[in-house]
Design a protein around this ligand. Structure first.
Ligand code: ADP
Ligand code: MG
Length: 312
């Protein structure tokens, strides 16, 4: 498979902050690449560099086989960017919005009409085409934002958290329309801090934290890691005297995380014995008020790698 994007040792430094700290990855033709990370991970900075809105401090970006520094104009023609902050005109109709953005790419006449219609149909707003966005819900505005970004039929679509703060129905519409775009042949980079979305639509996943890529792979590769693990959560009282090292040193323990009276552990199924864990907690004088266990998820992988929850 060809690479549509290749990023090598990309860095972005602000005066007081390293937002992207030397990342390397590629995006293959026809895939949906999920870019997962909490707020501040460096997703938007990365995306804005690819979208040619921001310049990098160092590193090399190749898009469609061309150097981003040398062929910005040409590359721009083939990209559609859905920015994190909605960028539409509230006072002109939905259709005029889409027509305006598509028109920036020199599309005219009948072709323009067809593509505008297709874009509005894709996001299920064609029946509202004559209405102004100021009358729309947040979710509808997000969908219109997407229509504006893809009406010129770009080969590469980059979406930055397009589902933040919207109703579940709009969210499903958006995820469905992304799959349709993929089936029509587009390559998609999709950034989010919702792991369920990444799991639902991505072919490959990159997990970012603090300007770095901390995990990457196909969904199957990450899932394989996950499927050997279970995450337990114990609600405890008489917790103060617990010697955490005793827990960390038990067989099969991958990670221990403690918040207030909750003890979370990620354990390797084949090596971990729950009865031993309970025996240790009891011997330490802790009272177990409740316990839950769940299959590990991308959220667990993130916790395991960073000690943080994705939504902190
Ligand atoms: P994300 O999109 O994953 O939430 P961002 O790329 O927006 O992350 O931000 C990465 C880091 O860079 C954050 O710590 C953010 O505060 C910082 N940052 C982003 N833009 C600027 C800027 N213009 N000046 C200084 N720091 C910035
Ligand atoms: Mg962002």
């Amino acid at each position: 498979m060809n690479n549509i994007v290749a990023v090598e040792n990309l860095k972005k430094h602000y005066t007081n902050k390293v937002a992207v700290d030397g990342i390397t990855f590629e995006v293959r033709e026809g895939e949906i690449l999920g870019l997962l990370g909490p707020n501040g991970a460096g997703k938007s900075t990365t995306i804005n560099i690819l979208a040619t809105v921001l310049s990098a401090t160092a590193g090399k970006v190749t898009i469609f086989g061309r150097d981003l520094k040398k062929d910005v104009k040409l590359i721009k023609q083939g990209i559609g960017v859905v920015p994190q902050d909605i960028a539409i005109y509230e006072e002109i109709s939905a259709e005029k919005n889409v027509r305006f953005f598509a028109g920036l790419y020199n599309i005219k006449g009948k072709e323009l009409e067809t593509q505008v219609k297709e874009a509005l149909e894709l996001v299920q707003l064609y029946d509202r085409k004559d209405d102004k966005p100021k009358t729309f819900s947040g979710g509808m505005k997000r969908r219109l934002n997407i229509a504006c970004a893809i009406a010129h039929q770009p080969k590469l679509i980059i979406m930055d958290e397009p589902t933040v703060g919207i109703d579940p129905q709009s969210r499903n519409h958006i995820l469905e329309s992304i799959k349709v775009l993929k089936n029509k042949g587009a390559t998609i980079i999709y950034s989010t801090h919702y792991m369920e979305e990444v799991e639902a639509i991505s072919d490959r996943i990159i997990i970012m934290n603090d300007g770095n890529i901390i995990a990457h792979g196909t969904k199957e590769e990450l899932n394989q890691k996950i499927h050997n693990e279970t995450a337990y959560s114990f609600q405890l009282t008489h917790f103060d005297q617990l010697n955490r090292a005793l827990i960390s040193e038990m067989d099969g323990i991958i990670r221990v995380n403690v918040t207030e009276n909750i003890l979370e552990v990620i354990a390797q199924k084949s090596k971990f014995h729950l009865d031993k864990m309970i025996a240790v907690l009891t011997a330490e004088g802790c009272k177990i008020q409740s316990m839950t266990s769940k299959e590990a998820s991308l959220e667990t992988v993130f916790l395991e790698l960073t000690g943080r929850n994705l939504r902190d």
